[in-house]
Design a protein around this ligand. Structure first.
Ligand SMILES: C[S@@+](CC[C@H](N)C(=O)[O-])C[C@H]1O[C@@H](n2cnc3c(N)ncnc32)[C@H](O)[C@@H]1O
Length: 160
């Protein structure tokens, strides 16, 4: 069923304290410079990701998502699914900030369809990888849907 539905994104916004705009040559070069030069597979994956982003770039916002997310959620369109995605970012936020994010999501989930997709601790003990968690509203149920390599070299769907 999932693969028969082709979702259409009506807009994308990326919030970061210091966003890198990979639609520019300088931005792409900067991001590539963060990868060790002998990691050819990572560089190749990054190049594919950059090419993908360049086809339909998000609006980049410089700022703290703990401060900005509540307003973004409040002002979102109500006639579709809003997906909030974070990978390896919430981990840099303190407990207080995480509560602000959790509360903003729960509050927005009461007024419309919402999904929160996030990387975190995998539930399987001893796995050196991220768990990929999805929380869906209405309901707010959280499910671990996949386990993935820290740099996305592989992804194993759970139960898939
Ligand atoms: C380890 S990088 C992960 C980048 C990317 N999400 C990924 O998975 O490759 C962490 C990113 O989170 C951003 N970040 C951390 N705390 C933030 C905050 N409170 N608001 C906005 N961005 C934040 C940093 O600027 C950095 O770009």
């Amino acid at each position: 069923m999932l693969l028969r539905v082709e979702p259409r994104a009506r807009g994308r916004v990326g919030i970061d304290l210091d966003p890198v705009d990979v639609t520019t040559a300088e931005g792409a070069r900067l991001l590539r410079s963060f990868v060790w030069a002998d990691q050819a597979a990572r560089l190749e994956r990054l190049d594919r990701a950059i090419a993908e982003v360049r086809q339909e770039p998000p609006t980049l916002v410089r700022g703290d998502f703990v401060e900005l997310l509540p307003d973004f959620l409040e002002q979102r369109r109500s006639d579709g699914l809003t997906v909030v995605f974070e990978s390896a970012a919430l981990t840099y936020v303190d407990q207080e900030g995480r509560k602000v994010v959790r509360d903003a999501l729960a509050s927005a989930g009461r007024t419309g369809a919402l999904a929160f997709v996030s990387t975190g601790q995998p539930s399987r003990a001893g796995v050196e990888a991220y768990g990929l968690h999805v929380t869906l509203w209405p309901g707010g149920e959280r499910e671990e849907v996949a386990v993935l390599d820290y740099h996305a070299a592989w992804l194993d769907w759970i139960g898939g």
